[in-house]
Design a protein around this ligand. Sequence first.
Ligand code: 13P
Ligand code: SF4
Length: 317
Amino acid sequence: AMTRQEWADEVRRLAKERDAVILAHNYQRPEIQDVADHTGDSLALSRLAASVEASTIVFCGVHFMAETAKLLSPEKTVLLPEPEAGCSLADTITAEDVRAWRAEHPGAVVVAYVNTTAAVKAETDICCTSSNAADVIRSIPEDREILFLPDQFLGAHVRRVTGRDNIHVWMGECHVHAGIDGHTLRERVEAEPDAELYVHPECGCATSALYLASSGTVPQDRVKVLSTGGMLSAAEKTTANKVLIATETGMLHQLRAANPRTAFEPVNSRAECHYMKMITAEKLLSALRHGTTEITVPEDVAVRARRSVERMIAIGS
Ligand code: 13P
Ligand code: SF4
């Protein structure tokens, strides 16, 4: 058997041989994050996919992320080490669902969270991620009706921060984040009254977190609703002794590495995405050895889905 170091050396050697860049989402296993060229949130990784020089992208994340990379870099080979790595949130809506929903609201602008399949993106007007969702909504004229899909908690969050009441929200959820609920959050906050709180907007507790802050249970400045990339920036700057983290537990690896002075603890230690964890050390090695599994998007879908993603990228932020 290989040692961890021998494995990492072999991964780096094969990546070089293949002219491949390894991108890893913040929820990946620690060893995958450590061996990758870049680790980040969905938006940062989409941007990198579009800008890197390498001819191959090995995407350590889930299927929709590899598809998004392919949309933005059609000339590159995109490999997903485990093609079965899906997403329970992306699975809550189909292209047919979007067409039917749009037909009920003629003239509405359809905004899709990037956690959707390329086929779904192709039916939408503009994408967003958890870090730019509010900016994307603000880029749409106020008098236009908006259909936001597929995450109900992120939808409720953008409705609140933008103050718009003409946003209809698809009732999808991610099973991992929905499980970090208001009850769990309240228990943790009561046990750790001095801690800061970083909450991903996909969490079932996102509304409760803001309620705790507005009701004065937790001082307002100690509660932040952030994307995984936003959590990392906040972690680098904080002077708190302890921060409670409401998101998938893979995130803790980056946070702890970024700031060893602060204790980062999960709100729910069982919040693990088994899809993200399907990318194992062996699978990554095998992907690099055999060039597997290549992710492609049919051209007619790609043209329409790319437009939606590129509109988001053009907004910046
Ligand atoms: P971000 O990395 O954009 O915060 O997304 C979280 C997520 O659930 C991706 O699956
Ligand atoms: Fe999908 Fe949730 Fe896993 Fe993210 S954590 S990939 S939203 S199932």
